[in-house]
Write a protein that binds this ligand. Structure first.
Ligand SMILES: [Zn+2]
Length: 179
């Protein structure tokens, strides 16, 4: 079990995001959760953590640079976003795997779960792509965008794909991306 330091009172506690037994503080905000994760035995020895705990108890608020802390917070936010995408993509991934040859499947399974979700979702989008092409020929960008919104409503598994307008020599183009 994770050992961490409560940043409110300096108590050594079990679990970075669990409530502190001493002061009851429970990190919920992203930044607070990130900071409690940094000050845990994922990154520091017990000895180090005890020293940080003492410093918190003496009133110090934080120990690391703003930039590196901000980077860590951003990484955590990204990981959580990706985790959420993966969580809602399992059915899609399962369906995508069905038609795969054994060799392809071995490669696919070696990808990180988030990449699997992105691959499966973009493949699903490919099935609808001609509809966007038709809309684009008939009504340009406005029609393409409207058709894309329609697709998202019809098949919510396509969420959170996004459409972007791109300028091409021969008229309006578009690009669909997975955030
Ligand atoms: Zn506490």
């Amino acid at each position: 079990m994770t050992i961490a330091v409560c940043l409110k009172c300096g108590h050594m506690k079990f679990g970075a995001w669990t409530p502190c037994e001493k002061c009851m503080h429970q990190p919920e905000e992203l930044e607070d959760r990130a900071k409690h994760l940094i000050l845990s035995d994922h990154y520091y020895t017990h000895q180090d953590l005890e020293q940080y705990a003492q410093r918190v108890a003496q009133g110090e608020k934080w120990f690391f640079g703003e930039k590196e802390t901000r980077n860590f917070i951003n990484e955590l936010a990204k990981a959580e976003r990706q985790e959420a995408v993966v969580k809602e993509s399992w059915d899609l991934i399962k369906e995508y795997r069905q038609d795969m040859a054994e060799e392809e499947l071995a490669f696919f399974e070696g990808l990180p779960e988030y990449s699997q979700a992105v691959t499966a979702r973009l493949a699903l989008y490919q099935q609808y792509q001609t509809r966007l092409e038709t809309a684009n020929q008939l009504g340009g960008w406005a029609a393409t965008e409207a058709e894309f919104q329609k697709l998202l409503d019809e098949d919510p598994r396509l969420r959170p794909l996004q459409i972007h307008r791109i300028n091409k020599k021969d008229g309006d183009g578009w690009m669909v991306t997975h955030p």
